[in-house]
Design a protein around this ligand. Structure first.
Ligand code: PLP
Length: 382
């Protein structure tokens, strides 16, 4: 199987598992305990914090581990002051949208300009009100890979003195990470970078006031109660250490080659956000004349795993909210599917995926030309 759905989740890197195993196989205490095992665990925890701080260019006491980005977004959004005005966008992940809806604040969801896959700083500036107390935007869209101008938003945040919270999930592990000035908090998910599901983290700058979302213990500066999941944290550290710039360059090269060949061989194929700044691993393509669902099923039968977009909406046969909000025509949206690479995607896999995709789309196009009765629903490639 060729796996091109890495924006939904990635497979655990064997090196990550190797780093985690001793913590699961050998006696391990609770970092809060004062005995030998507890102190040993505390040492591992503090070492992990130091490594992440170094990698991300932040302080150790600015890091809060969570179960994933959904929890982190809930904490950052629902933990901020109520009753104010928040600016965000209709392109955000459901974890952000739903957290905003129950935040107790008035929220303006900005729509992008037609065809654009991100909100511009100028749009945000025009929408700022005297009571605007928070900006919440994603660094990159998980469905299209289109990047937000974080530098521009950060400088707005500084100029207007409004905290900026960023969903960094689709950005981390695809582009070189540096903390954008003006960002107050950002969150990430382990399972998008080859660590296991169940671990994520937020970086919260000291200037940002945020109340705990999960209470019940004094851990993590009282911001997130509960015993720290050490094995998952060590796996996350390893996954972060394995992120290298040359892999981002390689992914971009493979992704670009994939798009070039697909457009060459499949008439009318249209890449969403082709002319916009995109992260290195994501390709969202419309195949006019084809149904995205059928194309996905046939690709699956031919052992290529791709997806519609948001992992949460896959399987519900809904049209992509993100593409519709970009004002793309419904028939184009219906024909769109997402391919997302990871640093472990091999060159041969991309070449093979191209030829299977071209074959499948040719067969489906041909099937569309003949009366329904005679059409076969199976497409197979040797
Ligand atoms: N934000 C974005 C952009 C995502 O793609 C996802 C997951 O698909 C999330 C947030 C939620 O992450 P998690 O699965 O760690 O809760």
């Amino acid at each position: 199987m060729i796996y091109l759905d890495n924006n939904a989740t990635t497979f655990v890197d064997p090196a990550v598992l190797t780093a985690m195993l001793p913590l699961l196989q050998e006696p391990l205490g609770n970092p809060s305990s004062i005995h030998f095992y507890g102190q040993q665990a505390k040492g591992i925890y503090q070492e992990a914090l130091k490594k992440i701080a170094l990698k991300m260019g932040v302080q150790t006491d600015e890091i809060v581990f969570t179960s994933g980005a959904t929890e982190a977004l809930n904490m950052l959004i629902r933990g901020s002051p109520k009753g104010k005005h928040i600016l965000s966008s209709s392109l955000e992940h459901p974890a952000t949208l739903e957290s905003l809806k129950v935040s107790g604040c008035r929220v303006t969801f900005l729509d992008p300009k037609p065809g654009q896959g991100a909100i511009s700083p100028a749009q945000v500036e025009a929408a700022i009100r005297p009571d605007t107390a928070l900006l919440v935007f994603m660094a990159a869209n998980n469905e299209t890979g289109i990047q937000t101008d974080l530098e521009g938003l950060g400088s707005l945040a500084l100029r207007y003195n409004i905290p900026l919270v960023v969903d960094g999930v689709a950005w981390l592990g695809k582009e070189v990470f540096t903390w954008p000035p003006g960002v107050a908090a950002m969150c990430f998910s382990g399972h998008k970078i080859h660590a296991p599901v169940g671990i994520g983290f937020a970086i919260i700058k000291k200037t940002f006031r945020c109340n705990p979302f999960i209470v019940g213990g004094p851990q993590q500066h009282l911001l997130r109660g509960g015993t720290e999941p050490l094995a998952l944290i060590v796996g996350l550290v390893k996954a972060l250490e394995l992120l290298k710039e040359e892999d981002f360059t390689r992914m971009r090269r493979l992704r670009d080659r994939f798009e070039e060949k697909v457009c060459h061989h499949i008439p009318g194929a249209l890449i969403h956000g082709y002319d916009q700044k995109r992260v290195s691993n994501t390709s969202n393509i419309a195949f006019p004349g084809l149904e995205g669902d059928i194309l996905l099923m046939q690709l699956d039968r031919n052992k290529v795993a791709a997806s519609h977009g948001s992992a949460c909406s896959t399987g519900t046969l809904q049209l992509s909210r993100v593409l519709l909000n970009m004002d793309l025509p419904a028939n184009q949206v219906r024909s769109s599917i997402r391919f997302s690479l990871s640093r472990l995607t091999k060159e041969e896999e991309i070449e093979e995926a191209i030829s299977r995709l071209v074959h499948v789309s040719n067969v489906l196009m041909f099937r569309n030309l003949i009366p329904k009765r005679e059409a076969s629903s199976t497409v197979s490639i040797k």
